[in-house]
Design a protein around this ligand. Sequence first.
Ligand SMILES: CC(C)(COP(=O)(O)OP(=O)(O)OC[C@H]1O[C@@H](n2cnc3c(N)ncnc32)[C@H](O)[C@@H]1OP(=O)(O)O)[C@@H](O)C(=O)NCCC(=O)NCCS
Length: 433
Amino acid sequence: MNRHSYVEFFRQTSPYIHAHRGKTFVIALEGDAVSLGNFHSTLHDIALLQSLGIRVVLVHGARPQIDQRLALSGITSDFHDGIRITSAEGMLCVKEAVGSTRLQIESELSMGLPNSPMHGAKIRVLGGNFITAKPVGVRDGVDFQRTGEIRRIDATAIENQLIDGAMVLLSPLGFSPTGETFNLSYQEVAAQTAIALNAEKLILVGRAEGILDGADLVRSLSLSELEDLMTSSPLPQQQLLNSAKQACCHGVDRVHVVGCEIDGGLLTELFTRDGSGTLLMRNHKEVIRPATIDDVGGILNLIGPLEEKEILVKRSRELLETEISRFMVVVHPEGLLLGCAALYPTSEQGSGELACVATHPEFHGQGIASRLFDAIVTNAQQQGLDKLFVLTTQTAHWFIEKGFTEANLSDLPSQKQSLYNYQRKSRIFSRTI
Ligand SMILES: CC(C)(COP(=O)(O)OP(=O)(O)OC[C@H]1O[C@@H](n2cnc3c(N)ncnc32)[C@H](O)[C@@H]1OP(=O)(O)O)[C@@H](O)C(=O)NCCC(=O)NCCS
């Protein structure tokens, strides 16, 4: 990557860095990911998220590691409905396999060698008896023995560790008030933890590159589309979909399914527009709404580069703060500000100025400005306006395609005429609404 494209790439990721900072992400790491050759990179990418101010709860699986231990001890274990039946002697292997997988993750996160991606990261990893479990019991006449399900998650204790700046590492084991240990599904632990913490995201990282519909990768999915896919999916995908659905239905807005075999898959998913895996969204659509004072920073980020290029007239933060009620914004489900436009009523009755129309460069051509324009027109009509005008230097044709026609300086309200900037030489357009 040359210097220019590196700088460009870095700038393009910054809105995502801002959007994710301070948010809680629960990451479920499949046991298979731990045994892959690129496990270091996967874990170091997770550590990078923590360094960027994301509050990370990492939940690991250990299925292949448990299989290996059981095989070494000559113990066979059966599955029913994709859930392992854990015998008392099998449980010893489960504890060993889970314990050593956990240690492997902890030691990897403690790395700090110069010239390694972890140099200077100083990740503090914490765990504890955060999960209370109960036995699955007997179902369909099958006794699941030491296989358990979650009874309660101590969200306050986890939250306290996150506030303290630690990464919380959860293993798929839970304890009962009677002192027994139960083998849990790591996906279930992750989904329930995300719900208990009211996390912004649940991210399921495993061998699957995402959710597949036949052989095709599904890039984004709504809850209703998920239901349709559920029946036609093979069992492992059904389990992924189940966890995703459970989390989404109980308040987690975004669930991502990301492959760990592709180098940097997690970072691509979280810091680029197109992502790498599948995103399940509770709220699928972006929102158009009046701007609030909290949007000032986002609007400045959006219009700053356009002001530099003199496409838009410069506005100070103070001016923007006082005029914020004039703005409408489009906000991505992830919280990113995608577009803005402002409506200024003028001294002349019935007319208003449309100004500061801008769309985030990564989201051009998706109809965002058009939808904003429609919202501004509705807003103007509600205020009793019947005419809009706009001053532009480089975007004349966009407004012409929206039904504007060229006008003269004398057509502007008198107050606006006196403020006309003759150096800027903006063209004037107007339209009845
Ligand atoms: C103009 C702008 C707001 C359009 O945003 P957008 O969300 O991409 O707009 P939409 O998706 O609704 O419309 C896209 C269409 O407008 C066209 N378009 C974009 N900029 C244009 C321009 N300067 N002149 C003519 N057409 C333009 C696109 O080619 C596309 O047409 P197509 O679908 O036929 O290819 C965006 O390009 C932008 O932010 N520009 C910089 C700021 C600016 O010029 N603001 C206006 C000054 S007030």
